[in-house]
Write a protein that binds this ligand. Structure first.
Ligand code: THU
Length: 140
């Protein structure tokens, strides 16, 4: 994947972040999920007054893509941006639950692209969730 692909995906995640519903934490997250056919699914976090019902940006993007079905389930990379208020302030690494959801649909090579407003970091699911419990454990 080229640097331009990563930068385009970061831009899409930044646009997605605008739609975050985060009145409680004020921390808005945007995600853009790239499929092998070039389709990009976006997501932003959706908080709830019953806090535990909050859904992260990454899972919104994944569930949207899974519902579309077909080849759009072949995922290449996800860009994630986050920060308080209107600014991207820090590297918004995916939480443990999101890493686990990713591992259901993606290999260790799946790219995770992070941006703190200054620098781009590219890592992989294998690095962020080594030795995962996954479909293989259940013979899938
Ligand atoms: N959040 C995400 O959207 N993705 C993550 O991986 C971590 C956290 C959201 C959930 C909540 O709305 C806010 O960030 C603060 O935890």
């Amino acid at each position: 994947m080229t640097n331009k692909t990563y930068l385009d995906l970061i831009e899409k995640a930044t646009f997605a972040r605008v739609n975050a519903y985060a009145p409680y934490s004020g921390y808005k997250v945007g995600a853009a999920l790239l499929c092998s056919d070039g389709t990009v699914f976006k997501g932003a976090n959706i908080e709830n007054s019953a806090y535990s019902e909050t859904v992260c940006a990454e899972r919104v993007a994944f569930f949207h893509a899974i519902n579309k079905g077909g080849d759009r389930r072949d995922f290449k990379a996800i860009a994630i941006v986050g920060g308080k208020g209107n600014k991207i302030t820090d590297f918004a690494y995916p939480c443990g639950s999101c890493r686990q959801v990713m591992s259901e649909f993606c290999s260790d090579k799946f790219k995770i692209v992070l941006y703190d407003g200054k620098e781009v970091k590219v890592t992989t699911l294998g690095k962020l969730l080594p030795d995962n419990f996954g479909p293989k454990n259940l013979g899938k």
